[in-house]
Design a protein around this ligand. Structure first.
Ligand code: 6PG
Length: 468
């Protein structure tokens, strides 16, 4: 009997949470998993929602249970495991069916898969999902890439399960094939930048102001109640106030200072560079995670090179202003990559709408995103966030604090890679005349690469090249 409106393949943390969220809307959800016992685990914990869940251990039964045209949501790792599952399931599907990848996929793979499935008259949707387990269960932010037809079918379902910001569902169709996964990748890049800025400022308070983790947690708590209101600021406050049940020490002190990364931050940087762009704060955040992982080398270097850091004469209020500036710069860099991708891949990415669907449900949700959405709605010059009048005004107010923090931090030997990268970009962009003319001259001098001469057409060479 074909009676389920959607199927979920993959019942790990995110897949199970999303299946329960879908079931809660009243629709019937078929579920399956490669390891069959996981199906019963989900049905057992579903309680009353199990009435809306159909577990199928056999793939053929799972496919047969779905209303046609079918909607199948894959919640499994997006690399090899997804390709293997697609090889198995695609022969069982019929023209018009839609396969959705809800994982953090490399958008190049999504484009490849979409093309392969299109040749069989199947739709492939790359669905970026953010919000962790809690979001998946009660309302994630979702970024959809796929055909208009598949979006029409998915729209009511995804709108029903999405997070809402003042009633507006945090989900939208952003473009074809890889657009949704690309936007999710950049979301994660911004997430890296935000987390690094927070970590650097935590480090300054800890090592430069001598505050304890619970004291710093209280500062982040205050910030979260004010203009810096953001999910990541709020969880930082919680984390820093938490003590280790085993030792009684602050929890943050018993965690090895070596940050992990699964790849989306790195992909953001790679794609930005490929398009001739640079999101320097995201690069700095990726680099900082990589350097953090070199724990042993850092320990040796601390002895060899000296690890002294000076106390800082800056106030917590100045740090708050600096974080305001840095967060705007991080978002601005992320949105520049989205604009570059819109042009490179001919995607109709709408920066304002993307900011809107990030206002709730996702990891980077924050009050600032509402201001950013409004700024983009006003069509800023060159599409640049930092040129939107309200944002430029805000930056004018808080950049001096970022400058003060950086001057003190750099002078005192504190590492602040993301904060410095943000200010360097801002200072570069606000100069109509920079030093790159010299770089062009050097290129021409050693390699006859030529340069554009001001006020003259064509390619020119310097007098260092004398044609004989
Ligand atoms: C989200 C998160 C989620 C995941 C990160 C972690 O939006 O819900 O971004 O996708 O937690 O990808 O990435 P790293 O392991 O690279 O930090």
């Amino acid at each position: 009997m074909s009676s389920a409106q959607i199927g979920v393949f993959g019942l790990g943390t995110m897949g199970s949470a999303l299946a329960l969220n879908l079931a809660e809307t009243g629709m019937t959800v078929a579920v399956t998993n490669r390891e069959a016992p996981w199906i019963d685990t989900l049905l057992d914990r579903a309680g009353a929602l199990s009435d809306n869940l159909q577990g199928h251990a056999r793939l053929a039964d799972f496919v047969a249970a779905l209303e046609r045209p079918r909607l199948i949501l894959f919640m499994i790792p997006s690399g090899g495991p997804l390709d293997a599952a697609l090889d198995q399931i695609v022969p069982m599907l019929a023209p018009g069916d839609t396969v959705i990848d809800g994982g953090n996929a490399d958008f190049h793979d999504t484009r490849r898969r979409a093309q392969a499935l299109r040749s069989r008259d199947l739709h492939f949707v790359g669905l970026g999902i953010s919000g962790g387990e809690e979001g998946a269960r009660h309302g994630p932010s979702m970024m959809v890439g796929g055909s208009a037809e598949s979006w029409e079918r998915l729209r009511p379902i995804l709108q029903a399960v999405a997070a809402r910001y003042r009633g507006d569902p945090c989900v939208d169709h952003l473009g074809p094939d890889g657009a949704g996964h690309f936007v999710k990748t950049v979301h994660n890049g911004i997430e890296y930048s935000e987390m690094q800025v927070i970590a650097e400022v935590y480090g300054l308070m800890r090592n430069g102001l001598g505050l304890s983790p619970p004291d710093i947690g209280a500062v982040f708590g205050d910030w979260n109640a004010g203009r810096l209101h953001a999910y990541l600021v709020g969880i930082t406050a919680d984390i820093l106030k938490t003590r280790d049940p085993q030792t009684g020490h602050p929890m943050v002190d018993v965690i090895k200072d070596a940050a992990g990364q699964k790849g989306t931050g790195r992909w953001t940087v790679i794609e930005a560079l490929r398009m001739g762009q640079s999101a320097s704060m995201i690069e700095a955040a990726v680099a900082a995670r990589s350097w953090s992982a070199e724990k042993e080398t850092r320990q040796i270097a601390e002895h060899a090179l000296g690890g002294a850091r000076q106390a800082l004469g800056i106030s917590v209020a100045t740090l708050e202003e600096a974080v305001r500036a840095a967060r705007i710069l991080g978002y601005a860099q992320g949105f520049r990559i989205l604009s570059a991708a819109a042009a490179a891949y001919d995607w109709p990415l709408d920066s304002a709408r993307i900011a809107e669907i990030w206002r709730a449900g996702c990891i980077i949700r924050s009050a600032l995103l509402d201001d950013i959405a409004e700024a983009f709605r006003g069509s800023p010059p060159e599409g640049e966030l930092i040129l939107a009048p309200a944002i430029a005004k805000e930056l004018a107010l808080c950049i001096p604090a970022l400058r003060e923090v950086l001057a003190a931090a750099v002078g005192g030997g504190h590492a602040v890679p993301a904060l410095s990268a943000g200010l360097a970009w801002y200072d570069t962009m606000r100069q109509g005349q920079g030093p790159a003319g010299l770089v062009q001259a050097q290129r021409d001098y050693f390699g006859r690469h030529g340069f554009v001469r001001l006020g003259q057409e064509g390619t020119h060479h310097g007098p260092w090249w004398h044609d004989s």
